[in-house]
Design a protein around this ligand. Structure first.
Ligand SMILES: Cc1cc2nc3c(=O)[nH]c(=O)nc-3n(C[C@H](O)[C@H](O)[C@H](O)COP(=O)(O)OP(=O)(O)OC[C@H]3O[C@@H](n4cnc5c(N)ncnc54)[C@H](O)[C@@H]3O)c2cc1C
Length: 401
């Protein structure tokens, strides 16, 4: 009789959790998702840009078309330093980044899971996991328990499962920035489908013409300490607006985007964290996926896409490799080099996003060189965006990229 994994408990109903469940279902393995939030209500808000590799991975679980139907494609990217603008090179023959509202992405994944008969239980906060023989029991804050063959930690950057696997695991590193988003009635001159990464005098922001008119923008605010969404939302929007205007007021078009936006339409989307390399991706019957094990800085534009890829790779390994520790080892071997390479590069870019006075003065000089040397699209972006998972193939024989 096969000892293949039969049932999996997935902790976290964000992005990696439902995708893992869908991929396991496709592999013929039962999975249930346990999410601590009491409802599907989107706690974070904001938008997510899905890279071509992330979209290709979503294709495997049948969710890509539903995303495309509601997404705004970003066909072009540009970089602006003060008044100086440079068009960023793009890869030929890949689909554009697809920009979706986080709430739409959650809804699509949840609807898809429900359609496949996968349960997503809300109000279930995991606190502990007990392993006995070849079973693991998830213990929740309300005292309830759930037995499973495998427990997957898809519980985000503040992961509880990561600590259960290794109490000494590193925690997430705060980047020193809080993120805000809004749709300003101010119209920028750029063509629709153009995403601009702008270095202002004292900070960094990103903007693109919104499909329904106006301009969507995301702005990072240097802030000495991290805040939870709840704490940040307790601060009156007018106060945040005043602070943002202090940092970005003189930038073009940053200042105008903010001045045309009413304070109540400014949305705080969270403190930005990155994960340093995690020494142990799994232990016994517990394993990590998504931001819990690899959260690159948001400069990478790859966080969600890598989470989706890892979710699918994990399911592929559990489908084809009976021995759980061997399956986890192959999963880690397939994923670690890729996610750490992308995270390391994003960390460097992140550093340049909050330039000090000297770096700022040098930016107009550095930028063209930077673009020419570093942004050779095929060399730098090709391996990230052309990555495809060979779902039908047995894992373990892929080249690690
Ligand atoms: C402001 C901002 C902008 C971003 N923009 C982009 C972008 O443009 N493109 C991109 O690719 N990525 C972006 N990212 C990164 C992206 O959001 C993450 O990489 C992605 O959400 C990771 O998915 P996940 O499922 O691993 O984690 P999450 O989406 O964080 O989901 C984890 C889930 O686990 C639940 N949970 C936590 N603890 C427990 C517990 N103990 N029990 C049960 N449930 C629990 C949480 O409530 C949550 O729902 C951005 C991130 C931020 C903060």
């Amino acid at each position: 009789m096969s000892n293949r994994v039969q049932d999996v408990a997935i902790i976290g109903g964000g992005i990696a959790g439902p995708v893992t469940a869908l991929a396991l279902h496709k592999a013929g393995i039962r999975a249930t998702v346990y999410e601590s939030y009491p409802s599907t209500a989107d706690g974070l808000g904001g938008t997510i840009a899905l890279a071509p590799n992330g979209m290709a991975a979503l294709e495997i679980v049948g969710a890509a078309d539903a995303v495309r139907a509601v997404a705004e494609p970003a066909y072009r990217q540009a970089m602006a330093v003060g008044a100086r603008r440079v068009a960023m090179p793009a890869l030929a023959g890949v689909e554009p980044y697809q920009v979706v509202r986080r709430s739409d992405l959650y809804r699509i994944l949840h609807d898809r899971a429900t359609a496949e008969g996968i349960a997503i239980e809300h109000g279930r906060r995991l606190t502990e996991a007990r392993e006995e023989g070849d079973r693991v029991t998830a213990v929740f804050a309300d005292g309830s328990t759930v037995p499973a063959d495998v427990l997957v930690g898809a519980d985000g950057v503040q992961s509880t499962v990561r600590r259960l696997i290794d109490p000494d695991a590193p925690g997430p590193r705060y980047t020193g920035m809080l993120a805000f988003e809004g749709v300003s009635p101010f119209e920028v001159p750029e063509e629709p489908g153009t995403m601009t990464f702008a270095f202002g005098k004292r900070g960094y922001y990103i903007y693109w013409p919104a499909l329904g008119g106006g301009t969507t923008f995301g702005v990072n605010l240097p802030h000495p300490r991290p805040m939870t969404i709840k704490e940040a939302r307790a601060v009156p929007s007018r106060e945040w607006m005043a602070t943002l205007l202090d940092v970005y007021g003189e930038d073009v078009p940053g200042g105008e985007l903010l001045r045309h936006l009413s304070a109540e339409n400014l949305r705080v989307t969270g403190a930005l964290y990155i994960m340093p390399p995690v020494p142990h991706w799994y232990r016994g019957r517990l394993v990590l996926v998504g931001d819990a094990v690899h959260a690159p800085s948001n400069s990478s534009g790859q966080g969600a896409s890598l989470a989706i890829e890892s979710a699918i790779e994990l399911a592929r390994c559990l489908r084809d490799v009976e021995d759980v520790s061997e399956a986890f080892a192959i999963y880690e071997r397939t994923r670690r080099a890729r996610v750490e390479r992308i995270a390391a590069r994003a960390a460097k870019i992140n550093h340049a996003k909050a330039p000090g006075p000297v770096a700022r003065a040098l930016m107009p000089v550095i930028m063209p060189i930077f673009l020419k040397l570093v942004m050779k699209p095929e060399k730098t972006l090709g391996p990230d965006q052309r990555y495809r998972i060979d779902w039908p193939a047995r894992p373990g024989h892929d080249r690690t990229r």
